[in-house]
Design a protein around this ligand. Structure first.
Ligand code: SF4
Ligand code: SF4
Length: 480
């Protein structure tokens, strides 16, 4: 037997105990130095004589994945892990972009389609929506999935309510007829989130709404103004107060070097709100910049004309570029292998923001389980406003990454790209990294934007290991 290569050990201070985490079995234990010694003995000599108690401990360690038969057996187990994830048909997930239009004008985002906010091309028509409905029903029948999640995203999805209502009702009826459990979620800027919208969608399976707040009122209003420049914070908060009794809310936030400092004030304000206990999670992600933005990679921060400093996400003036960090999954990078020199900021600030969030009594990401993201799931689809299929929400609008179309006649043109994503596995370039099963090689949109190579890993290992240290420290305080 040998020690699993997916185990990370964290010695616990002021004791001879060690925290062990196995990323393939997702198991955490605290063991004494005797157990560490036992594992070393077993690895060094397969035939070592063990007393009954030690043999029992070895059996347990093997069951938990800390001891494995061989390197080859573990390689097979890793391949099976990613294959099962990819082929899992038990849950059909569709993220639907009802429009790429947006009523906000965030500096760091192309979703606003700044140059042509009112263009019709980026908005799903009812005719297209009917085709998307046909395609989703066909997928349900082909896969036989017992569970279906429909996520409305954008742009700002609530700018196209007719499509939202049409598809929500149609898919609820279709799922009822097939005995499929369905739920709806919405990712919105919150400005148009009224009680009327929520009341209409609740009977069709609405279970959650994710709203973006980029800091306290001053910071949020600066980063996420209306297209006319007016602030949006107060209206969003009023909307949250109105709908919170009816639906669970979660909050996402984007941060850069300066806005991160305003999060404690936002958290304190949210804690005082009557709906604080209706917030299921608060999570943040960094605003990413990179060479595909056409901006110099040597400058960590862009200085705007009015003196404000910004790390751009993707260029507002290039609608064909990927959306980058619009994804609901935390994304970022770290380590020395990428051209992005904001890694240190990201890792440090992420840990700090998580700690602040927990200290305010809110749930947040643990910072360790950062993947594998939905890009690794074949039956997780992103549908653009005109029916194009993308590998994940972060690639929406990037023509070269379309993997299909809801219209079979137009689908065939994308088979070559689809085949490329079938074998997409950036983690294969990660060598013996023990975090592969909880990372998957990082965010491929970040790799695409920052390195110009979506097949490359986008590593934020230092941040993940720092998060593991926090988890180990918390485990050390749990009474035995
Ligand atoms: S590649 Fe993964 S983490 Fe990155 S935007 Fe897509 S789904 Fe999110
Ligand atoms: S991207 Fe980094 S942390 Fe993730 S598996 Fe690869 S080397 Fe490990």
């Amino acid at each position: 037997m040998r020690a699993s290569r997916f185990t990370v050990s964290v010695p616990l201070p002021d004791t001879d105990d060690t925290f062990l985490f196995n990323s393939l079995t997702d198991t955490q234990i605290v063991v004494s130095s005797d157990v560490i010694g036992l594992m070393a003995r077993v690895e060094a000599d397969e035939d070592v004589h063990l007393d009954p108690r030690s043999r029992e401990a070895v059996t347990q360690l093997a069951e938990l994945g800390f001891l494995v038969e061989s390197r080859e057996a573990e390689d097979h187990a890793l391949e099976a892990f990613f294959r099962d994830l990819r082929e899992d048909a038990s849950h059909l997930r569709v993220t639907l972009l009802t429009t790429l239009q947006c009523n906000f004008a965030c500096d760091y985002c192309i979703q606003g389609d700044h140059a042509s906010h009112d263009s019709a091309g980026a908005r799903m028509s009812l005719e297209h929506a009917a085709r998307v409905g046909d395609w989703m029903e066909h997928r349900l029948d082909a896969l036989g999935s017992p569970r279906f999640t429909l996520t409305f995203f954008g742009g700002e999805p609530l700018l196209n309510l007719p499509v939202v209502y049409l598809l929500a009702e149609r898919m609820w009826t279709a799922c009822r007829a097939r005995g499929v459990a369905m739920n709806i979620s919405i990712i919105t800027n919150g400005l148009l989130l009224t009680e009327e919208v929520v009341d209409r969608l609740l009977p069709w399976g609405l279970t959650g709404v994710k709203i973006t707040l980029d800091g306290d009122k001053v910071t949020h209003d600066r980063l996420r103004p209306l297209r006319g420049g007016q602030g949006t914070f107060d209206r969003i908060l009023a909307n949250m107060r109105a709908v919170a009794p009816k639906v669970r809310l979660s909050i996402g936030g984007n941060f850069d070097v300066e806005s991160a400092a305003s999060y404690p004030a936002l958290l304190a304000l949210l804690r005082q709100e009557p709906f604080a206990d209706r917030i299921s999670k608060i999570a943040f992600k960094p605003i990413i910049r990179g060479p595909n933005t056409g901006r110099p990679v040597s400058a960590p921060v862009r200085t705007l004309a009015d003196g404000r400093r910004m790390i751009p996400l993707t260029p507002a003036q290039a609608p064909e570029a990927a959306l980058g960090g619009t994804c609901m999954t935390a994304a970022g990078n770290g380590g020395g292998r990428t051209p992005c020199d904001t890694c240190g900021l990201v890792d440090t600030r992420m840990a700090w923001l998580r700690a602040e969030t927990r200290a305010s009594g809110f749930e947040t990401l643990d910072g360790l389980h950062m993947g594998p993201c939905e890009l690794h799931r074949r039956h997780s689809y992103t549908v653009g406003p005109e029916g194009s299929l993308y590998p994940c929400p972060g690639f929406t609008g990037e023509a070269t990454t379309r993997v299909g179309h809801v219209d079979p006649a137009r689908d065939v043109a994308h088979h070559a790209v689809r085949d490329r994503f079938e074998t997409h596995a950036p983690w294969r370039a990660c060598g013996d990294c023990a975090l592969v099963p909880v990372c998957g090689g990082g965010c491929s949109v970040a790799a695409h934007n920052e390195q110009g190579d979506l097949a490359a890993p986008s590593c934020h290992r230092p941040g993940m290991l720092a998060a593991l240290d926090d988890i180990a420290a918390a485990a050390a305080t749990v009474p035995a």
